[in-house]
Write a protein that binds this ligand. Structure first.
Ligand SMILES: *[C@@H]1O[C@H](CO)[C@@H](O)[C@H](O)[C@H]1NC(C)=O
Ligand SMILES: *[C@@H]1O[C@H](CO)[C@@H](O)[C@H](O)[C@H]1NC(C)=O
Length: 760
C-alpha cells in the first residue's frame, strides 16, 4: 500500500466508518438542459474577460461586476443592459516592470478586479491585482456614472498579487477583512483586518500552511449574548495539514474564526490576532480515503431566528482527481462555535529527533481561555480588551491555534454527491412549498459552466435539473443571489449571466410538473400549465417529497401524428424523454415492442429498419418514471404509421420517406439530410448488430459470439444495400475475417472501418 494512503486511512478511518449508505453516490439530474440563449440573460463585452467579482447593490438597483481591467454597473433586472462602465488599466510602465519580474504580460500583468465592497458612506471599495502590484481605490455610482477616485491605496494583504491565486474578503463595519498572500511570491499568507490599527495572523506554518482561501462570513454572535460574547468573522480555506504524520502532503479543509473586537496583544502577539482559532472540516464521502477539499461556502440564516440556527453550506471536490465526485455538506454554526468555545486544543510534541507530532493537549488551559473573545467573565476579571490578556493565554494560542476536534456536517454525511461534475460555487435559497414546509434549494455552479438545482428531501438527494449556462463551457467563478429580484447571477471567464430561480414552463404536462419535484412550481388545473407557486391563482398540484403524480387529472389524450413509409425504407419515430430518470418503451397496436435487429430503441426514439407492410399500425411511446410512491406511465407521443406498398424501396437506394407529421414539421431538406444520415447509421448499426463488424467500443457481447453467422444471410443483406456503402463494407469484411481469435487485429479492423466511414 502507498505510504500516504495507509497513513491517511489511519487518520480518517473513523469518518469513513460512520457512513451508512442508502442513497446512491451518483445523483443524476432529472432533467438536463443543454445550452440555449433563453437559459439565461448574459452580459459580456468584446475583448474583456474574467467576470469573477460581483457586488449586488439592491439599493441602487445595479449589479457591479468586476472583470479584467474594468468594472461595470448592470441593471439588476436585466444584466444584459449596461448602465455604466469604468476602465482600470495598468500603465505601460507597470506592465513592463511586471514583465521584467518574469510574469506573463498577456495574462498576469493585467489588473484583475478582485474586491468590490460597499462602504458605510455608500461608496464602493475596489481592489485589483494591478500587474502583480495590488492596489485599492474608492468608486462611486452616481447619476448613472461610475467613477474611480484614483486614490491608489496600497493593496498588499488585501488583494492577491497573483490573479490565479484564491483569496477571500469581507467588509464588516467599514473594516476590510482579507485573506490572501502578502508578497510577490505568494508565499506569505495572511488573514488581516485593515482598520486604523491593522491586525494580522502570525507568519507561522501552524497558523496558515500553504493555504487556499475560499470564503469569509460574519456571525453576529455578540447579539443579545448572555455571556457578553463578541461578533465573529469566519474564514474557510484549505491548507497542507501540519497535524497528519504523513510523508506526502495532505490537504485538509478548515474553518478559522476571529473576534471582531480583537486588538492584538500588548507584548505577545502585538498587532496579531489573539482570537485566531481553526479546526478541520470534514465532508466524508464514502469511497474516498483522502479528505475532500472545500471550494466555496454559503451562509444561510433565517432572519427570524437566532444566529445559532444559521447553516454553512459548502461544496467539496476530491483531493486526487480519480473519483470525479463532488459533494455538498452543511454545517450548523452552533456546532462550529461549540468546538471553538469548548473543544480541546492540539499541541505539537517533538518525538525522537526533530519530528513533530500533533496530539491532543491535555494539560491545564490558562484563564481566560486562549482564543476566546472578551466576554463578561473576562471583564469581571478586569480584562476589557485583548490588550489586557495575560501572556500565558497569548503564548498558548500563539503555539496552538488548531483545535483537536474536527467539525462534522449535519447528518454526518453529504447532502448531495454527484459524479462527473466538478462543483465550484454554491448559493442556497429557502422556498415555501405547497405543503407549507420550507425547503432549501441548492444552486451549484460547476467547472463545466452548468448550474445544478438540487434539494435534499429528508435525506434523499434530488437534483431537479442541470442547466448549461455558459457556452463554451467554462467554470462558474462567482454566484450571487438577489432576494429582491429573485434572480441568480453567475460569473465566468467569458461573461456574466442572470438566471431565474425556476422555469416551471419547461414542464408541459401535469405528470412532468409534479415528478420534477420542484418546490417553486406546481400544476395549475385551471390554466393547465406548470406555473410558479407565487403566480398561481388556485391551489396548484405539487408533491415535492413524494413526487406523487396520481394527484394529476387524467392527461388529455395524445393526438397521433400520421406517417407514411415505404417498404424497405428506414424510419425513426421520435420520442424525446422529458426526464433522465424515466425509461421509454414502445407499443404497436397495444402490444409491447421488443428491440430486435429491425427495431432499434434509441434514448430519444425508435428506429425501424427495412420497413415492411407488417410495420403499419398505431405506435405509442410511453415514459415510465419511478417516484418515491410508485411508477408512473404516461404517453409521450403517438404515431399512426401506414406503409405505402405502391412504391418499394428495393432494387435501388432505400427511399426517403416523406414524413407527414401534425406537429411542427421540419423543412423537407432537413428531413432528407437527417434521414440520409439515419440511413447510413442504420446500415452501420445493422452490420454491427449482425456481427459483420466488431463494435469499436468493445462491450463484450460481440467478442464472444461465434464467428460464423451464415454467409448466405450476409450475402442476402448486402444485396439490398445501396452500392456505394456496400462496397466499402464488403472491403472491410474481406480484409478482416478472423475476428475473434485475434483481438489486436479486431481493433485494427474497427479503426480502419471508422476511418472509411468518416470519409463518406
Ligand atoms: C481569464 O480569462 C481567460 C479567458 O477565458 C482565461 O484563459 C484565463 O485563465 C483567465 N484568468 C484568470 C486569472 O482567471
Ligand atoms: C427487407 O425485408 C424484406 C422482406 O420484408 C426482405 O426480403 C429483405 O431481405 C430485407 N432486407 C434486408 C436488408 O434485410
Amino acid at each position: 500500500m502507498h505510504p500516504l494512503r495507509s497513513l491517511t486511512v489511519f487518520c480518517l478511518l473513523p469518518l469513513a466508518l460512520m457512513l451508512d449508505e442508502d442513497s446512491p453516490l451518483d445523483c443524476v439530474p432529472r432533467r438536463s438542459v443543454p445550452y440555449h440563449r433563453d437559459n439565461a440573460r448574459v452580459f459580456h463585452e468584446e475583448g474583456v474577460f474574467n467576470y469573477s467579482t460581483m457586488l449586488l447593490r439592491e439599493d441602487l438597483n445595479v449589479l457591479l461586476l468586476g472583470a479584467r481591467e474594468a468594472v461595470y454597473a448592470l441593471d439588476l433586472n436585466d444584466i444584459s443592459k449596461k448602465l455604466a462602465a469604468v476602465k482600470w488599466e495598468v500603465t505601460q510602465q507597470q506592465e513592463d516592470e511586471c514583465k521584467n519580474k518574469g510574469k506573463d504580460p498577456e495574462t498576469e500583468c493585467k489588473n484583475y478586479i478582485r474586491i468590490l465592497h460597499k462602504m458605510e458612506d455608500d461608496r464602493i471599495y475596489v481592489c485589483g491585482t494591478n500587474a502583480f502590484d495590488p492596489e485599492c481605490d474608492y468608486m462611486s455610482y452616481t447619476d448613472g456614472k461610475l467613477t474611480l477616485e484614483k486614490r491608489a491605496e496600497d493593496g498588499k494583504g488585501k488583494c492577491p498579487f497573483d490573479p490565479f491565486q484564491r483569496y477571500a474578503s469581507i467588509m464588516v463595519d467599514n473594516d476590510l477583512y482579507s485573506a490572501t498572500s502578502m508578497n510577490f511570491l505568494g508565499s506569505e499568507p495572511i488573514l488581516m483586518r485593515s482598520s486604523p490599527v491593522s491586525i494580522r495572523t502570525e507568519f507561522k506554518s501552524s497558523w496558515l500552511h500553504e493555504p487556499n482561501f475560499v470564503s469569509m462570513a460574519q456571525m453576529p454572535e455578540g447579539d443579545k449574548s448572555e455571556e457578553g460574547d463578541d461578533d465573529k468573522v469566519y474564514l474557510f480555506f484549505s491548507e497542507t495539514a501540519v497535524e497528519c504524520d504523513c510523508y506526502n502532503k495532505l490537504v485538509v479543509s478548515r474553518v478559522a474564526r476571529v473576534c471582531k473586537g480583537d486588538l492584538g496583544g500588548q507584548r505577545t502577539l502585538q498587532k496579531k490576532w489573539t482570537s485566531f482559532l481553526k479546526a478541520r472540516m470534514d465532508c466524508p464521502v464514502l469511497e474516498s480515503q483522502l479528505p475532500y477539499i472545500i471550494q466555496d461556502t454559503y451562509r444561510w440564516c433565517d432572519p427570524e431566528k437566532h444566529w445559532k440556527e444559521c447553516v454553512f453550506y459548502a461544496v467539496f471536490t476530491p483531493q486526487s482527481d480519480t473519483s470525479g465526485l463532488s459533494a455538498v455538506c452543511a454545517y450548523r454554526v452552533s456546532d462550529i462555535s461549540k468546538v471553538f468555545a469548548e473543544g480541546k486544543y492540539k499541541t505539537p510534541v517533538t518525538v525522537e529527533t526533530s519530528f513533530v507530532k500533533w496530539v491532543m493537549y491535555s494539560g491545564d488551559v490558562p484563564v481566560p481561555r486562549p482564543g476566546a473573545c472578551i466576554d463578561n467573565k473576562a471583564r469581571e476579571a478586569g480584562i476589557t480588551q485583548t490588550l489586557d490578556l495575560p501572556d500565558r493565554t497569548l503564548q498558548f494560542i500563539k503555539d496552538r491555534p488548531l483545535m483537536d476536534q474536527s467539525i462534522h456536517p449535519i447528518g454526518q454525511k453529504p447532502l448531495l454527491v454527484r459524479r462527473g461534475a466538478t462543483f465550484t460555487r454554491i448559493i442556497v435559497n429557502e422556498v415555501q412549498a405547497a405543503d407549507g414546509e420550507k425547503y432549501h434549494v441548492m444552486f451549484i455552479g460547476t467547472e463545466e459552466g452548468t448550474m445544478l438545482r438540487a434539494v435534499n428531501y429528508n435525506g434523499e438527494m434530488f437534483i431537479i435539473e442541470e442547466i448549461q449556462v455558459f457556452h463554451p463551457p467554462g467554470p462558474i467563478k462567482i454566484l450571487k443571489f438577489s432576494d429582491n429580484m429573485g434572480h441568480l447571477y453567475a460569473g465566468s471567464d467569458s461573461g456574466a449571466a442572470q438566471i431565474p430561480l425556476a422555469t416551471c414552463e419547461k414542464s408541459s404536462t401535469c405528470m412532468d410538473c409534479v415528478l420534477a419535484r420542484d418546490p417553486y412550481c406546481g400544476w395549475d388545473t385551471a390554466v393547465k400549465k406548470c406555473v410558479p407557486l407565487s403566480k398561481s391563482q388556485s391551489e396548484p398540484i405539487q408533491s415535492v417529497k413524494e413526487g406523487d403524480a396520481s394527484l394529476c387529472p387524467p392527461a388529455d389524450p395524445v393526438k397521433p401524428s400520421s406517417l407514411v413509409i415505404w417498404p424497405g425504407s428506414n424510419q425513426k419515430l421520435n420520442c424525446p424523454s422529458p426526464s433522465n430518470l424515466a425509461k421509454t418503451s414502445w407499443e404497436r397496436e397495444g402490444s409491447t415492442l421488443e428491440p430486435s435487429t429491425r427495431l432499434q430503441f434509441l434514448p430519444d426514439g425508435l428506429l425501424i429498419f427495412n420497413a415492411s407492410v407488417k410495420d403499419a399500425g398505431r405506435y405509442r411511446c410511453t415514459s415510465v418514471e419511478r417516484s418515491k410512491t410508485e411508477k408512473y406511465t404516461y404517453t409521450v407521443v403517438e404515431y399512426q404509421v401506414s406503409v405505402n406498398p405502391a412504391r418499394s424501396g428495393r432494387g435501388g437506394l432505400p427511399l426517403l420517406p416523406q414524413a407527414q407529421t401534425d406537429g411542427p414539421s421540419v423543412t423537407g431538406l432537413q428531413v432528407a439530410v437527417a434521414l440520409l444520415v439515419i440511413t447510413l447509421l442504420a446500415l452501420l448499426a445493422w452490420n454491427f448488430v449482425k456481427g459483420h463488424l466488431p463494435l469499436p467500443w468493445n462491450c463484450g457481447k460481440n467478442v464472444s459470439e461465434p464467428p460464423q453467422r451464415g454467409h448466405g444471410e450476409e450475402a442476402l443483406n448486402s444485396a439490398s444495400r445501396p452500392p456505394p456503402v456496400e462496397d466499402k463494407l464488403l472491403v472491410s469484411e474481406v480484409d478482416y475475417t478472423p475476428r475473434n481469435n485475434n483481438h489486436t487485429r479486431e481493433e485494427g479492423a474497427s479503426l480502419q472501418y471508422i476511418d472509411d466511414e468518416s470519409e463518406i
